[in-house]
Design a protein around this ligand. Sequence first.
Ligand code: UN1
Length: 505
Amino acid sequence: MEPRSLGSPGGDSVVEEYGVYINGEWVDSSGEELFDVVNPANGQILARFPGGTREDVGRALEAAKRMFPGWKATPPARRGEVLLRAAQILRDDKDGLGKLLARENGKVISEARGEVQEAIDFFEYIAGEGRRLLGETVATELPDKFAMTVRLPVGIAGLITPWNFPIAIPSWKIGAALVSGCTIVFKPATGTPILGARLVSALAEAGLPPGVLNMVTGRGSVVGDEIVNSPLVSVVSFTGGVDTGKEVYTCGARRLANVGLELGGKNPTILLEDADQELAMEGVLFAAFGTAGQRCTACSRLIIHKKIYDEFLEDLIEETEGLKVGDPLDPSVDVGPVKGKEQEEKILGYIDIGKEEGAKLRCGGHKLTGDGYDLGTFIRPTIFEGKPEMRIAKEEIFGPVLTVLEAKNYQEAVRIANDVQYGLSSSIYTRDVNMAFRAIQDLEAGITYINAPTIGAEVQLPFGGVKDTGSGAREAGTTAIDEFTEIKSVYVDYSGRLQKAQIEE
Ligand code: UN1
């Protein structure tokens, strides 16, 4: 069943109805449930996807199991070529995909195109692993013996991805798993499965054998649960919230599966007194309010040295008030909607918490209503002046809400920056090279930017964090394949006699 067109129940788009993708075909789910994918800018229904069943996951896993030996035996360079062809297919449709992404997720068109580019970049990057998959040769303690390591695919990978990066994050996981030789059951977020489906189709068109990659949409409590608990799944890679992440980890632990977790962030930007304030202004606005703050790398805490606190904050408020919020397809818009009612409620809830705990609301702090806003979920970019111990300074809000904190010196700024459960991204603006290098050592985070915003990680560097931000191997970069390959140590004894290591005779 190819995705069927259901005509247009309103607006300019055709609603497509999808099935689940198993064995290289879109087929009907065994269940009845369907859910709508809704454009957060105007409430328009874009597509319908099945709420998949345990049986659907079972069929997907059977396909992945059947295809594993053949895909494992396919030379890695050939596996990489499929990714290169898929990258080209995505590139040819970058405009269309960017627009679709902006409609599905709500991020502004420039960021949506950027995200499609990130998927292309990652496929191109990781395809090269097909010509590396490096092992080591190691010295041995005995004569006429050779020692080395080789990488082998872990097995079936269960990939669960979030709605905030509906094509880039799937591309990191799928690309790395495929080149490593794993077969896949993929569950995209229910809010944004269209781009996931397009990625799957691009790979099929690029020649990926049917059954190597299967996609089942649906509830985490059904589809996610079945993937995470299935004994057939050797590695689970999950990006999402910290609470679900802990459950995924616990389920994986029960059966000793490999689990990779990429969870939340509460990313600080520190401005020292010598910061280039103009540069920092642009960086903070982009990091705090880009993607409406819905990146796990978003800057949600701005820690300013007391000497420049007032001056920078006043300018920041003025700039923030000037940001244009609206239709993500309008290139003059800076900030799009948040992703749906649930997100909106959660973010507005945190704004109430901020007020209740005594933070000073300096701008925004409310939902936008009126023409162009009523059918969507828009929140005005919000700035609080807060204290480090407040919940809005500690918990991940995942929305356009920035908490500003004052620090008397570098030491205090770092102490505040580190005093949260998360550690994904971090940034410091200073012209003092010594302070910059000190911060690289001191900031507890998987990523530190010097004189640049907390967002915008490049695919050729490892991506991930410390503390409650995650566990397992870093995604992307040279570490991407660690999650999906097992290292085997190999000893070749060509002495023709029994040689005993570690035994003294
Ligand atoms: C995320 O928000 O989960 O560095 C990923 C960035 C993007 C990826 C963000 N390249 O902001």
